[in-house]
Structures are given as structure tokens and as C-alpha cells.
Design a protein around this ligand. Structure first.
Ligand code: NAP
Length: 278
């Protein structure tokens, strides 16, 4: 079963995608990582998140090999490093990403985190890439609520499709204000590190809820993030077994008792929090 959500332009994407940070770095594990991403595509996890930063382009190259024969099925997300997002360099870096990915268009191109270049310049650069047909839409990552409000005042800023954010049970600050803001603006939150980079998975509360569902803690961590509307989770998995387990998390429905137990262990924010960033 694939659950979907939509961007404000009506484009539909699955709520569960695949991350690629730390993938493609080691020649010994490359084949296994490719098999994992391919299996994810078979299972409908067709949104793939990568970045020029990851392995200095190695992750984009690996993704490019995997999607070659599936280009039309894949919703491809990549990111530009903030120091490359000025008017003199953005197009060159987008071209390099396209080349490594082996595609002529990126579906969603993100500013990886806030830049010293003014947002006016960055938005104009993104819009030019759209005009050139190199990207279909653009968004940001790691911007807090204040920065998002500022972005909405920039000409064209309302075209921002998403804000990719750290969001998992151990990092719930955005539930107070930024997640509702993005839901209202029809800008899905792309939840990065939804498994807390693996660090959450030994937590006794997660183990207890997992037991009740005959599931794993990773699956419960994903189900917890995905129960919110307008969230796309992008776990990174480098084995077929992990990808299959993650896809199966879409079937899990947490009940009232589960949510209470998780809220006791990982309390939701009661006040505005500074944005968590990795
Ligand atoms: P994550 O997805 O929270 O966790 C990845 C870890 O969880 C890996 O060790 C992985 O192991 C393990 N794992 C995956 N599926 C599992 C399963 N079913 N059971 C047990 N363990 C499992 O961490 P992340 O890689 O930091 O975040 C995901 C993606 O978000 C990244 O890959 C990247 O695309 C994106 N991201 C974006 C930003 C940003 O600034 N925009 C920052 C960080 C991450 P294996 O590898 O062995 O499968």
C-alpha cells in the first residue's frame, strides 16, 4: 500500500521515500545499496532524496545508476550547498548534479541550509533553473519559522514547495508551530533522519509499542512521523531487508494507547523550540 501526499502545485508523491546520505561511499557496499534503492522503487518508495554534498557527488552518481531505467517513476530530489547558491554558481552546480544523476531535470531542488546569499538572489536563481527546464520546482531545508515567513515576502518565495527538516520522535519541536504552518501553506515537511539516524531504535518505549504490533522499533518510529498529515519521511536504508521493513511500516496504525505511550517517552513540545538541525 502506498500512501500519497501532494505539493501545492498538485503533484502527488508517496509519503515514504528513500534517503541517500552515506550511500555510495564504499565500493564494497555499492551493489547492496543499489539493490536496496531498487527494491524501494519496486515497493513504491519512488521519492529519492540526495544532495551534491553527499559523498561529494558519489550518492548522486549511485542514484543516477539506479534510476536510469526508471526515470519516469521516480520523483528525484537533490540539494545545492548554500555556498554554491549564488547567482554566479547556481547554474553550474545544478548542471553538475544533472550530469552525475544522468537526467535532464531534477523534480525538486533544495537549498540545503541557510545561505549567506540573500534569498532574493537564490529564489531568482531557482526560478531561472525552472525556466531553463533543469528543475521542475524548488524548496529549502533547515529553515526555521522566522526564515520561512521572511521567504514568503521575497518575490516568488511562495513557489517554495517544501522545507526539509529534522523530524523524528526525539526531535518533535516543529510540531508546535512550523509543521502546522507548513500544513497550512501546503508545503509538506520532508522529515529527514526519521529514525534518529538509528539512535532511537533501542528506546524501551519504542520496543514496547513495537511488541504490541509485532513490528520493529524502526517501523514504529516511521509510523509515528507518518501519522501527521503533510509529512514525507525519507529514511536511509542500505539493505533490502531494511527497505522492506520500512515499506511495511505504512501498514501500521498507531492507536490511542500507543500514542500516549510515545508521548510520555517523547513529549510533544509545549512551547516554541529552536529548530533542531543535524
Ligand atoms: P535515518 O534515516 O534516520 O537513519 C538511518 C539509519 O537507520 C541507518 O543506520 C540505517 O541502517 C538504519 N535503518 C534504516 N532502516 C532501518 C530499519 N528498518 N531497521 C533498523 N535500522 C534501519 O538517518 P539519515 O540518513 O540521517 O536521514 C535520512 C535521509 O534524510 C538522509 O539519508 C538524507 O537523504 C536526508 N537528510 C537530510 C538532511 C538535511 O540537512 N536536509 C540531513 C540529514 C539527512 P542501514 O543503512 O544499515 O540500512
Amino acid at each position: 500500500m502506498t500512501r500519497m501526499t501532494s505539493f501545492s502545485d498538485g503533484t502527488i508523491v508517496p509519503v515514504l521515500g528513500q534517503g541517500t546520505w552515506m550511500i555510495g561511499d564504499d565500493p564494497k557496499t555499492r551493489d547492496t545499496e543499489q539493490q536496496a534503492l531498487s527494491r524501494g522503487l519496486d515497493l513504491g518508495l519512488s521519492l529519492i532524496d540526495t544532495a551534491e554534498l553527499y559523498g561529494d557527488g558519489r550518492a548522486e552518481r549511485l542514484v543516477g545508476e539506479v534510476i536510469q531505467s526508471h526515470r519516469d517513476e521516480v520523483f528525484l530530489v537533490s540539494k545545492i550547498r548554500p555556498e554554491n547558491a549564488g547567482e554566479m554558481t547556481m547554474m553550474l552546480h545544478a548542471e553538475k548534479s544533472l550530469e552525475r544523476l544522468g537526467v535532464d531535470r531534477i523534480d525538486l531542488y533544495l537549498l540545503h541550509w541557510e545561505s549567506r546569499f540573500p534569498m532574493e538572489e537564490i529564489v531568482a536563481g531557482f526560478e531561472e533553473l525552472i525556466d531553463e527546464g533543469m528543475i521542475a520546482r524548488w524548496g529549502v531545508s533547515n529553515l526555521d519559522l522566522r526564515a520561512m515567513n521572511r521567504l514568503m515576502e521575497v518575490e516568488g518565495g511562495e513557489h517554495c514547495a517544501t522545507n526539509q527538516l529534522l523530524y523524528n520522535l526525539g526531535s518533535r519541536g516543529i510540531e508546535f508551530d512550523l509543521l502546522p504552518w507548513q500544513q497550512e501553506h501546503l508545503q509538506p515537511v520532508m522529515a529527514y533522519s526519521p529514525l534518529g539516524r538509528g539512535g532511537l531504535l533501542e528506546h524501551p518505549a519504542l520496543l514496547a509499542v513495537a511488541d504490541r504490533h509485532d513490528a520493529t522499533p524502526a517501523q514504529i518510529a516511521l509510523a509515528a512521523v507518518l501519522r501527521q498529515d503533510g509529512v514525507v519521511a525519507i529514511p536511509k536504508a542500505s539493505t533490502v531487508a531494511h527497505v522492506e521493513a520500512n515499506a511495511a511500516a505504512l501498514e501500521i496504525e498507531l492507536d490511542h494507547e500507543d500514542i500516549e505511550a510515545l508521548d510520555r517517552a517523547f513529549p510533544p513540545p509545549a512551547t516554541a523550540q529552536p529548530l533542531d538541525i543535524i
